[in-house]
Design a protein around this ligand. Structure first.
Ligand SMILES: [Zn+2]
Length: 185
């Protein structure tokens, strides 16, 4: 669907050449509609050789076991989002180790999913009773008889059999870069 009105100032949009590509752009202000995107985050929380899984209590994917996760918020650093989602869904405190996988899904709302490896800190797995109705740490062997979502199976393989630590949080960048979340090899 074509964007008719500017989401910044409310004025009419027009189709215009922006650096060689036709895009919807505002006739009054500098707003350009670049596209529709969403960004998801997921947590692979490890405790020894087990991974934290939750069972979805809602559609989509009701009844499937997945890793905890959610969608980013406008002004919340993604590291924060993933910690919060884990705590909310499962009652587990976990610390970010790094980014170990990405999933790109180009479609009408282009989705990027960022998977974090996380270390268990404290807490007993407790489902929130809303989004999820069960939570626990499970080994690969235990997962064999569980209804684990396909994408989660892939992520668990990354978490348990990955050959790299992935991108780590850079807390002391060589130049001051305030306001950024920085992850590096
Ligand atoms: Zn505008």
């Amino acid at each position: 669907m074509e964007v008719m009105f500017c989401s910044s100032c409310g004025q009419e949009m027009e189709t215009r050449d922006v650096d060689g590509t036709l895009r919807r752009a505002c006739t009054k202000c500098s707003f350009v509609h670049w596209g529709n995107y969403s960004i998801g985050v997921g947590a692979l929380v490890l405790k020894e050789d087990k991974v934290l899984l939750v069972r979805r209590a809602q559609e989509p994917g009701k009844g499937f076991w997945t890793n905890p996760g959610g969608y980013i918020e406008q002004l919340e650093p993604i590291e924060e989002t993933v910690r919060r989602e884990v705590l909310e869904e499962s009652g587990i405190e976990a610390a970010v180790r790094g980014i170990v996988a990405l999933r790109d899904q180009p479609r009408s709302i282009h989705n990027l999913y960022v998977a974090f490896s996380m270390e268990y800190v404290s807490g007993e797995p407790t489902p929130d009773g809303m989004e999820v109705d069960a939570a626990g740490f499970y080994s690969l062997q235990e997962m064999e008889t569980m209804n684990v979502a396909a994408f989660t199976r892939w992520l668990v393989d990354v978490a348990l059999r990955g050959r790299s630590e992935g991108l780590s949080v850079d807390r002391n960048p060589v130049v001051p870069l305030n306001g950024y979340g920085l992850f590096r090899v």
